[in-house]
Design a protein around this ligand. Structure first.
Ligand code: A3D
Length: 320
């Protein structure tokens, strides 16, 4: 059986970490692409030299030529710029939209059959724009944000409840960022929903509200600490979980920015919802009933994403 090929577009902090994880898990041969000359080549060589120690058998190649991504099974896109302290994700829109155009054209020309995972911010708008520029079918592209947001929520909840992160499940909906909607009724410890855990005296509503707020600003907390860029370990591991579910047909149920065509009453928008990722790409959108509060939060989140799409179309009229 031929090895899978994983193209990582953007060889910065997340791109390099994605390459390390993909190689260590032997998901396939890895091509690291970047416009910065030397960066992808240097990272690929460094990682290849960790192979004999770690014991993984994959080829790693760094390149500045899109032709090298030809035939990729998966493309994970992190090309662009990250936030610095004081910046919102939306401040990145102008620069990263131009990057999505170049990347989309590269994918269209060389890897049109790949399953594409976008990580570049502002996520929900960039995945929409990348789809427009690349022309890949809607079910073959989605954005990574919910897996990371729910991992942050799970980490904080496990700390609060003093239990293993493995037994905490968390449910988040909506756009990536301040308008994301953690749904506590569907977040559990070993199947016990958080509202029941509050009744059992495991925590208080005030503490859970504080965790919800910390989760929504979880990326900004890390930007403030790092000062030179944004989070990269947890974002990379989240992207790899999505890629692995596609390559191995795991059919995992993961919160991702996926194309909605009527589900949740939303049309032609990429926004975070639970989806099933398998060999068919985005195989199913999971539509759950929401209470009035979650519905209003989701609506607000969708409105914020829609505003960004208006800004994208104003910057690049070819998107109209
Ligand atoms: P960074 O380390 O700066 O890497 C970005 C790389 O993109 C650099 O190596 C650049 O040279 C490269 N690049 C720039 N323009 C192009 C281009 N036209 N073609 C190819 N490569 C190019 O950033 P990072 O890896 O820390 O973050 C990457 C992106 O992910 C940023 O937009 C972040 O905001 C975003 N991000 C998203 C999440 C989500 O949860 C959605 C989390 C963390 C970061």
């Amino acid at each position: 059986m031929a090895r899978n090929k994983i193209a990582l577009i953007g060889a910065g902090m997340i791109g390099g970490t994605l390459a390390h994880l993909a190689a260590a898990k032997e998901l396939g041969d890895v091509v690291l692409f970047d416009i910065a000359e030397g960066t992808p080549q240097g990272k690929a060589l460094d990682l290849a030299q960790s192979g004999p120690v770690e014991g993984f058998d994959v080829n790693l190649k760094g390149t500045n030529d899109y032709a090298d991504i030809a035939g990729a099974d998966v493309c994970i896109v992190t090309a662009g710029v990250p936030r610095k302290p004081g910046m919102s994700r939306d401040d990145l829109l102008g620069i990263n939209l131009k990057v999505m155009k170049a990347v989309g054209e590269g994918i269209k020309a060389h890897a049109p059959n790949a399953f594409v995972i976008c990580i570049t911010n502002p996520l929900d708008a960039m995945v929409w724009a990348l789809r427009e520029f690349s022309g890949v079918p809607h079910h073959m592209i989605c954005g990574m944000a919910g897996v990371l947001d729910s991992a942050r929520f799970r980490h904080f909840l496990a700390e609060e409840f003093q239990v293993s992160v493995k037994d905490v499940t968390a449910f988040v909906l909506g756009g990536h960022g301040d308008t994301m909607v953690p749904v506590v009724e569907y977040s559990t410890v070993a199947g016990i929903p958080i509202p029941d855990l509050i009744k059992m005296g495991w925590s208080t509503q005030e503490k859970i509200d504080a965790i919800v707020a910390r989760t929504a600003s979880g990326g900004g907390e890390i930007v403030g600490l790092l000062k030179t860029g944004s989070a990269f370990y947890a974002p990379a591991t989240s992207g790899i979980a999505m890629a692995e579910s596609y390559l191995k047909d795991f059919k995992r149920v993961l919160p991702c920015a996926a194309h909605l065509s009527g589900q949740y009453g939303v049309d032609d928008l990429y926004v975070g919802v639970p989806i099933v990722i398998g060999a068919g790409g985005v195989e199913r959108i999971v539509e759950i009933p929401l209470d009035a509060k979650a519905k209003a939060g989701f609506q607000k989140s969708c409105d914020a994403v829609r505003e960004l799409l208006v800004a994208c179309k104003a910057i690049d009229p070819s998107l109209n």
